[in-house]
Write a protein that binds this ligand. Structure first.
Ligand code: ATP
Ligand code: MG
Length: 139
């Protein structure tokens, strides 16, 4: 179990929590609920991802085998396809926001910038992590 304590405003945190709670897929980090901390803050309870971020995993295990590369890429693609089927746009996918569990399964996390399709349409400006943004995000 891991607890994410938000740095961002309460409203954004509620949105992140609601989105996470509505999603259940093998390649999306499982949200197990919320918790009230002694500090008065709320935390999101997540399944613990023992092998850390994709970035850490690649650094620790390089060179990755072909099987590992294919399995990680497929996992991320399946997670994203599921999100898009649910009409949720993550908007900040990067090697820091993909976590690896103890079995080596990749799961997408950090829905702090995510939005449902209805709220994305008409949004202006750019969002994401610079090196990971798609070309169409640049005007
Ligand atoms: N379920 C989890 N299990 C293990 N580690 C986690 C888990 N969730 C988050 N972490 C660790 O905490 C870091 C930050 O989490 P997350 O990406 O959800 O928050 P963030 O809002 O982006 O915060 P930051 O700006 O610090 O990256 C991750 O990169 C990872 O190292
Ligand atoms: Mg993050």
């Amino acid at each position: 179990m891991a607890v994410k304590i938000p740095k961002i405003g309460l409203e954004d945190f509620q949105k992140e929590k609601d989105i996470l709670l509505s999603l259940r897929h093998r390649n999306i980090v499982l949200c197990q609920g919320e918790v009230n901390l002694h500090s008065g803050q709320q935390g999101i309870v997540l399944e613990h991802m023992a092998q850390g971020t994709l970035k850490d995993f690649i650094e620790k295990n390089q060179p990755l085998s072909e099987e590992q590369k294919i399995s990680l890429s497929l996992g991320i693609a399946k997670g994203l396809a599921f999100l898009h089927g649910e009409k949720i746009f993550h908007r900040d996918l990067s090697h820091n926001n993909v976590l690896i569990d103890d079995t080596g399964t990749a799961k997408i996390t950090d829905f702090g910038k995510a939005k449902p399709l209805s709220n994305v349409l008409g949004t202006s400006g750019t969002i994401g992590t610079y090196l990971w943004m798609p070309p169409e995000a640049f005007s």
